[in-house]
Design a protein around this ligand. Sequence first.
Ligand SMILES: Cc1cc2nc3c(=O)[nH]c(=O)nc-3n(C[C@H](O)[C@H](O)[C@H](O)COP(=O)(O)OP(=O)(O)OC[C@H]3O[C@@H](n4cnc5c(N)ncnc54)[C@H](O)[C@@H]3O)c2cc1C
Length: 572
Amino acid sequence: MTGLLFNPDDYDPAHFDPETRRLLRATIDWFEARGKRTLVEKFHAKEFHADFLRFAAEEQLFATLLTPRAEAGRAADKRWDTARIAALSEVLGFYGLSYWYPWQVTILGLGPVWQSTNQAARTRAAALLDEGGVCAFGLSEKDHGADIYATDMVLTPDGAGGYRATGGKYYIGNGNVAGVVSVFGRIEGMEGPDGYVFFVADSAHPAYHLVKNVVPSQIYVSEFRLEDYPVRAEDVLHTGQAAFDAALNTVNIGKFNLCFGGIGIAEHAFHEAITHAHNRVLYGNRVTAFPHVRAQFVEAYARLVAAKLFCDRAIDYFRSANPDDRRYLLFNPVTKMKATTEAERIVGLLTEVVAAKSFEADTYLTVAATDIRGLPKLEGTVAVNLALILKFMPQYLFAPQPHPHIPTRHDPEDDEFLFRQGPARGLGTIRFHDWREAYRTFQHVPNVAVFSEQADGLAQMLSTAPPSAAQQKDLDFALALGELFTLVVYGQLILEQAELIGLETQVIDQVFDTLVRDFSGYAVALHGKPSSTSAQQRWALTAIRKPDVDQGRFDHVWDQVAALSGAYQMKP
Ligand SMILES: Cc1cc2nc3c(=O)[nH]c(=O)nc-3n(C[C@H](O)[C@H](O)[C@H](O)COP(=O)(O)OP(=O)(O)OC[C@H]3O[C@@H](n4cnc5c(N)ncnc54)[C@H](O)[C@@H]3O)c2cc1C
């Protein structure tokens, strides 16, 4: 790796086992051999990624990485290992959302299956992966969006232990080719949770009608209809409340890949942008000699490093999760809403610098600028994830409890707990270790010290001028508060990871320069909310801080950025 960013040319994840390394390398080599011209041409031609699916099938890529040990038989390399799933998500994002997405929706499609005790369905899914097949997750419907309580996929008992399913699904990735489509519906005439069902359909069945691709893109995000589709007993994965929990728990698992997809896209965009700008001469100087351009690059770099640190650390909490440690349920939506919007912001900064270059037909930046918008909107919007994050705030800020230390988790274990996460409720009772601990460790870093004051101030404001009942119901106000709280959580895991990898102080300081400014910005936003009280407004104004300025530190980080110029260029 060239420093902290992924670089295909020197990528060697030595912490993985030989087969995982081989698969990651084979994937990179496949994209590089196919080349940039083909990559961007196919993107603009909106050509379905069938060649990638063939490659994945030949290499047993999805079968190896997505079959849990329980269904692995004698295949020693198969396991559900969040660390390597994250690594492939980043690699695929690096080459484009078009390749990350079919992998992502296969993960989602497998979620309800691997959570089910239906052995026939499990065996079928494992066999499908072995054959090189892909899966789909049929939750969303045209009229209901995020409201999954309302489903018009209706199952009618057939009198022989099975059902007939009729209804439509919308926004369903891989719905044109998937051999396993996990579909969410409800039994006719049964109101409430008791009526929910998750079952498996096959997109090749005659009663499965593919309507269209709802997006103008290389990926296939289908609308499909089931008309009197026979759902046999062996197709039923979950019923009642368990079906609803399986939906949410699947989204938990799948949501986690979005941040790595976004990071991969931003990394490729970064390599291309710095190489272009640093070598472009205007008025006799490099474009990167402009102070504002340099500032934008350092900003983008610091934000990218921050996202990587947070998400890498979140892997450890995912892999160490158990019924008594569900802290991952907070860190997960933070990876989702924060890291994906940060990736969007990073690509925004880069495209601002390269300007016209990000509209050209043959640049990756043009692809990145289009695709990066999608990630914050999948598996729950930013608002949905922020609303979720807020549920954890009281216990996180005010009731820390000791937990055993979680080390870096690169061991080749199967993360089987993710398929028995249990009821999706009780989020507000989850306890966390003391968030101030990480901040204390880094008080010698000037901007960590400044940010700690802001974070302490937030906790104090919540004690002395807490949101009223009406404000808690006012999502517009609560979301502004959620942004402030999220920054505290974000900073905590950034610091934990910085300590684990021994990151140099100057980079940490530069990262927290962005966090201090972001906190100030969200404080101003809270101040301006219609319902903020005068005490809250006063606090908001006192929370505004200027980051510590250190030209030597900035120049040091800039040197790291400049060193990335030419470090990687995709093979033509
Ligand atoms: C490219 C693409 C691929 C997709 N692939 C799949 C797939 O494979 N399978 C699948 O099942 N779905 C898929 N989806 C659907 C996706 O997960 C939904 O788009 C998402 O859940 C949001 O639904 P929506 O866009 O309809 O927004 P809506 O549900 O219509 O929401 C509208 C607005 O209301 C807000 N809102 C809604 N509920 C809440 C809440 N509880 N709290 C706060 N705010 C709220 C939202 O933030 C949003 O701004 C895909 C979507 C896209 C764009």
